[in-house]
Design a protein around this ligand. Structure first.
Ligand code: NDP
Length: 490
């Protein structure tokens, strides 16, 4: 077997084959495994030799059958959904809950079955039958199902065109982005603020807002959509509302001045809002709310962009993909950050570039027909997450950003074709003690802690924080890296 991948890349690719148990891939790699060949058999041997305690922990890492899809790993959610388990009737859900409880009490681990290729009826039959089995026999059967699931996941992974990745040090990612931005007209302060922002997104696995964005920033700088020498200025207000004109700078630069001032006012007055206008927001939203949470503040932020998304019931794009972010201080903080479209536009763009289709419900063709073709969606319309409810949240964002000065997404124009919107951002910061007294934050944190003790539940933001905890090189898409290198050092 060739050993083309380093350990980290190997674990990133194969660590999810065995549910929430990357140790299987780690031990396989340490034992000499590499891609291809008999990797499935090697992984199986690792589990077989791991001993009963580790095997039991592996079984226990699996979700309850029919658990809420939002609490499942990406792989489990897809598998359970394809078997129709997200569409159970009330009676079926009740039976699943009863069977789950009986099974866990009897065996000490959840019922596991490779659901791919089975329908709900067959799965329920199997569950009823196995719930009364002998403990040792059931342990072996469950483990066998775990190996089947891993084999199916491995086959699906091998069928997917792999993306070639290159290890790059974090500082080198910052340097490359900075050099590319300076070469395209950003001054040092501007380039440094944007470079830190994209490198942090790349490090946290927010690939659609990482190095991938540098080419867009460069186009926007060259075409004058972003003024690389702009100096944002506070225009009005010494009260709870801080108004700032970005002078067409990129948002990360405006935040260097705006966020410390916003935090100061929120601590002073209990609540403060930033109305930031005339700014290019082309980034993930979590950095601003996470920074404020680091200052002990609860924070919310949102912005609109171009008319990319059809409102619920319509087919013409009129709303932006309008992201919304929210954070609560903690270690790590709770950080929610989401597009209100079913899929972030950057991810649709990446899928189009890699020639991959996207899920049903992500978008429409230009004539309003539902499609899974990412390229057709980019020319047509994206759709909101969660139907009318996601559309309503996008509308709330549209109004808040519009009230800060707009433009509303259907008024925003992209004359230069850079894809970088210049508009408004709304950020709110609240002092928890001003909301609910000295214990308010501690009580909220205790609630979040209780949530994380639920099996299968994790907090929004935890995925990024876990990735961040990992020291070492970032694994950057080679095509993206080559493009940024060309922009930085022609
Ligand atoms: P995701 O769908 O990846 O995630 C949305 C939120 O759900 C995150 O907070 C995520 O936390 C959380 N989450 C996901 N899975 C789970 C789970 N199993 N359990 C608990 N929480 C979970 O984000 P999007 O694709 O919608 O957005 C991607 C980025 O695009 C965002 O950073 C957004 O700001 C940005 N964006 C920017 C725009 C702009 O105009 N500037 C426009 C639209 C989007 P976690 O991160 O830990 O997975």
């Amino acid at each position: 077997m060739s050993r083309a991948m380093d350990r980290e890349a190997f674990v990133v690719r194969y660590g999810a084959l065995y549910e929430d148990s990357p140790w299987v891939a780690e031990r396989a790699y340490d034992g000499g495994a590499a891609e291809g060949g008999d990797l499935g058999a090697v992984l199986r041997r690792v589990v077989e030799r791991a001993g009963r305690d580790a095997q039991l922990a592996l079984l226990r890492a699996h979700p309850d059958l029919g658990a809420r899809l939002g609490s499942l790993s990406e792989a489990s959610a897809g598998e359970q959904s394809s078997a129709g388990l997200d569409r159970c009737s009330a009676a079926e859900l009740e039976e699943l809950a009863t069977l789950n409880a009986r099974y866990v009490e009897r065996f000490g681990f959840p019922f596991i079955i490779a659901v791919t290729g089975l329908d709900r009826g067959a799965i329920l039959d199997g569950f009823r039958r196995r719930a009364d089995g002998a403990p040792d026999e059931e342990f072996a059967t469950a483990l066998e199902e775990v190996h089947r699931i891993a084999a199916l996941r491995l086959a699906a992974l091998d069928a997917e065109p792999d993306v070639a990745r290159t290890p790059v040090a974090y500082d080198e990612v910052v340097r490359l982005a900075h050099a590319a931005l300076v070469r395209h007209g950003a001054d040092d302060a501007h380039a440094a603020a944007i470079a830190r922002n994209v490198a942090a997104a790349e490090r946290d696995g927010s690939e659609s807002h990482g190095l991938f964005r540098v080419a867009g920033y460069a186009r926007a700088l060259t075409s004058g959509v972003i003024d690389g020498r702009a100096v944002p200025r506070i225009t009005a207000g010494d009260g709870a509302v801080l108004r700032m004109d970005g002078q067409r700078c990129a948002a990360p630069l405006a935040y260097e001045t705006a966020l410390p001032e916003l935090a100061r006012r929120a601590h002073d007055k209990g609540i403060a809002a930033l109305s930031l206008t005339n700014v290019a927001h082309f980034a993930a939203l979590w950095p601003e709310v996470e920074w404020l949470a680091g200052e002990g503040l609860v924070a919310a932020a949102c912005t609109a962009n171009f008319a990319y998304m059809a409102p619920f019931g319509g087919s013409r794009p009129m709303l932006g993909t309008n992201p919304f972010a929210f954070a609560v201080p903690g270690d790590p903080p709770l950080v929610v950050d989401m597009a209100t479209s079913a899929m972030a536009r950057g991810d649709v763009m990446i899928a189009a570039r890699r020639g991959r289709s996207v899920d049903a419900g992500v978008g429409l063709t230009r004539d309003g027909t539902p499609t899974t073709d990412a390229t057709a969606i980019l020319k047509g319309a994206q759709l909101p997450f969660g139907g009318a409810k996601g559309s309503a949240v996008a509308l709330v964002v549209e109004c808040l950003a519009g009230l800060c000065g707009g433009p509303f997404s259907d008024e925003a124009t992209d004359a230069s074709g850079s894809g970088v919107p210049v508009g408004s951002v709304f950020v709110a910061a609240l002092a928890p003690e001003a909301l609910g007294g000295p214990d308010a934050l501690r009580k909220a944190q205790a609630f979040l802690e209780r949530l994380t003790r639920e099996r299968g539940v994790r907090l929004p933001g935890a995925r990024r924080h876990a990735r961040r905890a990992h020291q070492g090189d970032l694994h950057v898409d080679e095509a993206t890296l080559a493009a940024v290198r060309r922009l930085a050092d022609p």
